[in-house]
Write a protein that binds this ligand. Sequence first.
Ligand code: NAD
Length: 350
Amino acid sequence: MKIVVIPGDGIGPETMAVAIDVLQAVSQKFNLNLQLEHELAGHDSLKKHGATVTDALLNKVKNADGLMLGPMSTYDFKDEAKGEINPSKFFRKSLDLYANIRPARTYPGIPSKLGEFDVVVVRENTEGFYSDRNIESGGSEMLITPDVAISLRRITRSCCERIARSAFELAMTRGQHVTLVHKANVLKIGDGIFLEECHKVAKEFPTVRVDDVIVDAMMAHMVRNPQNFDVIVTTNMFGDILSDLTAELSGSLGLGGSLNAGKDHAMGQAAHGSAPDIAGKNIANPFSQVLSASQLLAWYGQKNNKEAFLKASAAIDRAVEEAIKTGRSTKDIGGHLGTQEVGQALLTLI
Ligand code: NAD
């Protein structure tokens, strides 16, 4: 398996270094023969190539079997004409990585006020309220006068159908329960289409229990009774917001592993951003990036029917669980180790 590895901005180089060590360790242990190709995107690439991402990099990623992308300082990138392209969007759109799979679970070793839970947010990744990816040419955010802006949201039946299918297929491997999260009380047409397509797909999965919750109420339900949920499927921006909540409720945003998957390609990228407030301090939690690597290996193993990759993924998840249980973790989840030291501890558990 050939994986392109891009450290990213802010805390990215620190957390990705741990993920790389972990990938190399499981490669050796499970004979995966992983080939890691190191590349740049974001600020490093802007300095070196005059753009945050390049077509040459995209070609390289297209010819690889997977991508590990570090967090990007997206907010800094304002003008595509100056090469300031959002790399996360670039790969999601160019590789059609439509399903953003964001698991969140509690762990022994992190006290939870909410009790134990285990959920996965399945977020549509290619349209919705994202002005940089939901239109073929130009952007879908416009300044009509200096004081008037319009932001458009795109919802298509085909994108709703495929994200619903991802959610129901995933639910079949877990608790056979899917919750549809929407705002169809206000966005009656767009979220109406989303709900219709989800219910159509649901008919193909008669053993899966289906319910739906309006997105604002979902925040309260999630905080009140996270045990009531298994797989949660939703449109792009709702999923982006909700999955930060679920990660933080599990203990920290730094536990938010995330896979961006399409038919042919996948990208492991932690759910959080570049966290400039803690960058360079050796305190960032690397588990989010490590768990994203685990998800990428599992995706490849399932797609190609390669058992060793599934075993490697399970071994990474177990090592993270054991590290947390024994307090070998960063301070955001109650530990006392630095990012690098957590990485070293993790290697002894694989
Ligand atoms: P953020 O997700 O970077 O950070 C939010 C909070 O969570 C901060 O307090 C941060 O210290 C903490 N945090 C995040 N990751 C952590 C980790 N691994 N360990 C411990 N604590 C962690 O959000 P932000 O500060 O609003 O955004 C910073 C930049 O990241 C912005 O430019 C934003 O656009 C970008 N961003 C990128 C992505 C992405 O690349 N996928 C996602 C979200 C935000």
